[in-house]
Design a protein around this ligand. Structure first.
Ligand code: ADP
Length: 170
């Protein structure tokens, strides 16, 4: 699998599937989640509501992933995953890595060859950015998947620079 890092907006990626850094309600929030629902339109929210009514009555658990349509976005699917909130007292790295791992498993089920990820948990959920980049790149790099191209989308120039730096050392 090829991995690339780009500076940009996840909602504008012309790929098979984009990943949403969702919250467990699946009903929208801030950051990536807000942008996905705002720009993706009502069809995404309608599918999320159905998921809440059926498979995920209590919300999507942290570390898991589930797909919906991408509505009005250029991508075909949105894979929603819930990153862990960063904690000083508890190591939640395995949950963060599960997000990437499970999103790639969902992408495999969909037959998505080209997948774009945001930097899960590195916004409102407070994960230190450099470690968030390392966990993302290492997990993507070591997961067995049919996905051919994985793009990590960094929202700021600074995080993009850091990610490029880490990608070269992978
Ligand atoms: P979380 O709740 O998992 O921390 P956030 O959406 O708050 O998720 O932020 C995750 C990362 O995505 C942060 O690095 C943030 O700067 C970045 N981000 C926010 N909006 C976008 C966007 N539209 N496209 C790509 N990355 C974004």
């Amino acid at each position: 699998m090829r991995i690339e890092c780009v500076h940009g907006d996840i909602t504008e990626q012309n790929v098979d599937a984009i990943v949403n850094a969702a919250n467990s309600s699946l009903l929208g929030g801030g950051g990536v989640d807000g942008a996905v629902h705002r720009k993706g339109g009502d069809r995404i929210l309608a599918e999320c509501r159905r998921l809440r009514k059926n498979e995920y009555e209590h919300g999507l658990p942290t570390g898991q992933a589930v797909a919906t349509t991408a509505g009005d976005l250029p991508a075909r699917w949105v894979v929603h995953t819930v990153g862990p909130v960063h904690s000083e007292s508890e190591d939640r790295t395995d949950l963060l890595r599960s997000c990437y791992h499970n999103c790639l498993a969902v992408a495999d089920d969909l037959g998505a060859a080209f997948v774009a990820f945001p930097l899960i948990s590195a916004g409102v959920y407070g994960w230190p950015v450099e470690d968030a980049i390392d966990q993302a790149l290492q997990t993507i790099n070591t997961t067995q998947t049919s996905v051919a191209l994985c793009r990590l989308v960094l929202f700021t120039k600074e995080t993009h620079r850091l990610a490029q730096d880490r990608l070269i050392r992978l």
